[in-house]
Structure formats: C-alpha cells, structure tokens
Design a binder for this molecule. Structure first.
Ligand code: AHM
Ligand code: MG
Length: 335
C-alpha cells in the first residue's frame, strides 16, 4: 500500500472509480469524519475537560445519558446540518428524527448514528466509539418523515464507526470492501492504514456477556457450552473469550483478527427482540462485517434483510467469522 493516503484522497479516488460515490456522499463522509475528530478530542480530555459523568437526563430508551453522549450528539448535528448533503438525521439520543432546518440547503441523504456507543465505558477510560449509517431519501421534494428512515440495512450506501481507543480509528465501507484510517494527530487527518480488511472464516474467540447465561435461549447456550468444553468437547479445540461492553471495540477486534460477537435475545425482557438497536448499531456493523467476508444474523435471518418498523427498534445480534455465525444460526433452525 502506498504511504500516506488521507481519507480525503481515498474518498476522491472512490468518487472517480466509475463514479463509485457521488460528490454529496463524499462530502457527507468527510463531515462525519471531521465530527469524529471533534468527539475524539472531547473524549481524550476526559476529566480535564469536565466531560465525564452523567448528564442527569434519560434518552428515549430510558437509559441515563452521559455528558459525552450529549456532546457527541451535538457535534454530529452541528457539523452535518448546514453542508447541503443531508435531508435529515436520526440518533440514539433523540426521540424524533432531526430534519435539516429550512435555512440550509437540503441534500438527498439520511444519516443515522449512535453518537457514543459503549456509554458504560466512558468514565472508566475504556474504548468507546461513534457508529453511523447512511441511507438515501426515497423521494425528493417533500417533508422527511420517520418512515423514510425505515429501510432495510441492505439499502445503506455507506456505513462505519470511529473507535476512540489507544488510537482513534475510522472504519468505513461504501460497498467496496472495508478500509481503516488512523487519526494522525500531528497532521490532523485520518490516514489509510488498512485496505481490503478480511475476517478469517474460522475463529477460537467469542464475545458475549456471560452474566446473562441463565437467561439465554437454548441455541445460544448450546453454542457457548460447546466453546467452553474446549479441546475435550465436540468442537475439539479451545476457545478464548473477550467482552469489552463497547460494541465498537468488540467489532473492531473481530475485523482485525476474527471472532464472533453475540448480543442475543434473552428472557430478561422477552418482549424486546434484543438490546442493540437495528438501525444505527446492528445495520452498519453488519454491513461492515459482510463487506469483510463475515456474516451477521439475528439467529433466524440476515440482519441486513430485516425490514425495520420503528426507528429505535432493537434486534438480536450474532456477527463475525462466517463459519461460527452460520453454526449458531443453524442451531436456531433446529429448535
Ligand atoms: P449503548 O449504546 O447505550 O452504549 O449500549 C450498547 C452497548 C454495546 O456497545 C455493548 O455491546 C453492550 O451495550 C454492552 O451491554 P452490557 O452492559 O449488557 O454488557
Ligand atoms: Mg450504542
């Protein structure tokens, strides 16, 4: 790989290759990346910036908002509302969609995000991140409504995340494989550090919150029991376990060295399909994983084929190395 390809250059080249991405989408991705740089700075300051701790409010899902959740949400909105590339935005931290104000030109894209995923890790200095998904507005020239966002993940035109860890890394797909960019703080720009990311089809590493084991459904229990049995069990090999409790960090590890991540439906709240949100967590991550040769299902079907019915809809998530995801999915079919 030639050295020092900035995100800007990568996107310009994507635009030139058969017009792979239109200029408005290029602008949108540049703006999202700029917002992520701003969020990264706030995250890095931590206690020095007075940004840690609770904001004393709750979001639409009844979860306590941290100060950084709200700051990250504002940074993304302020960066994106005036550029003319968007029609509307939706966020984990906002009950309703946010339509671009009339005083700004309106574009053809819809942007969804979880401004700061892994909120429980903010105050303890563990990796967190921003997840985003881009859709096209189905029709121009009318008021944007919530149902315009309710498109299956297969319709995404771009998706990615930015992980704020020991390094700040932006990971992106526009449907042409997965590329990773590391923030060079001296240059102030994201630099391409890995192209054509591939996930190994097999793995010996699984990620799940084991404290929920007693609530799991039979197929998930069977899969994890078999992993735990190790070399002496039916799988004939030992498995390792990781759980960071930040989906961005767990997915980043899987894109880097393989693995399987599960946040399945469980019996704690049987009426909820899962904990994670379909539109701004599961869909973008599933597309990245598929673009890197992995798989993502809810145990029964491909996540990207699910037709959403609500903006903040939840979903059961099983994603990562292809053969392992297919195995857990097959266990569900046998129930
Ligand atoms: P959040 O968007 O409120 O941060 O919640 C999503 C996070 C995921 O990043 C992570 O995989 C999961 O919640 C962790 O849940 P748990 O605390 O049950 O382990
Ligand atoms: Mg989240």
């Amino acid at each position: 790989m030639s050295k020092n390809i900035s995100l800007t250059r990568y996107l310009v080249e994507q635009q030139r290759v058969d017009g792979h991405i239109p200029s408005q989408l290029r602008l949108l991705l540049e703006v999202v990346a700029r917002a992520c740089k701003g969020i990264s700075q706030a995250v890095n300051k931590g206690a020095l910036g007075g940004v840690l701790g609770s904001a004393g409010s709750e979001n639409v899902q009844g979860e306590v908002q941290k100060k950084l959740d709200i700051i990250a949400n504002e940074v993304l909105i302020e960066a994106n509302e005036w550029g003319g590339h968007l029609a509307a935005m939706a966020s984990e931290e906002m009950d309703q969609i946010y339509t671009v104000p009339n005083r700004y030109p309106r574009g053809e894209y819809l942007l969804l995000f979880d401004p700061l995923d892994g909120s429980s890790n903010i105050d303890v200095n563990v990796s967190i991140g921003t997840i985003f998904s881009v859709l096209k507005m189905p029709e121009d020239d009318r008021t944007v409504e919530e149902h315009d966002f309710l498109q299956a993940g297969a319709k995404q035109v771009a998706a990615g995340y930015c992980v704020y860890g020991p390094q700040t890394t932006l990971v992106l797909t526009v449907g042409d494989g997965v590329a990773m960019f590391t923030l060079d703080r001296e240059q102030g720009s994201f630099v391409l550090t890995q192209e054509n990311v591939r996930i190994p089809e097999d793995t010996q590493e699984f990620a799940i919150n084991m404290s929920n084991m007693r609530h799991w459904d039979e197929p998930v229990k069977r899969y994890v029991d078999e992993c735990l049995a190790g070399k002496d069990g039916v799988r004939g090999k030992n498995f390792n376990m990781r759980w960071i409790a930040s989906m961005v960090a767990d997915v980043h590890r899987i894109l880097t060295r393989g693995g399987i991540f599960m946040y399945p439906w469980d019996k704690r709240e049987p009426n909820k399909p899962g904990k994670l949100r379909l539109m701004y967590e599961a869909n973008p991550m599933s597309w990245l994983i598929e673009q890197a040769g992995g798989a993502a299902t809810n145990g029964k079907q491909r996540i990207l084929d699910i037709q959403p019915t609500q903006l903040h809809e939840r979903v059961s998530v099983i994603l990562g190395s292809k053969n392992e995801v297919e195995r857990v999915t097959a266990y569900h079919a046998k129930v």
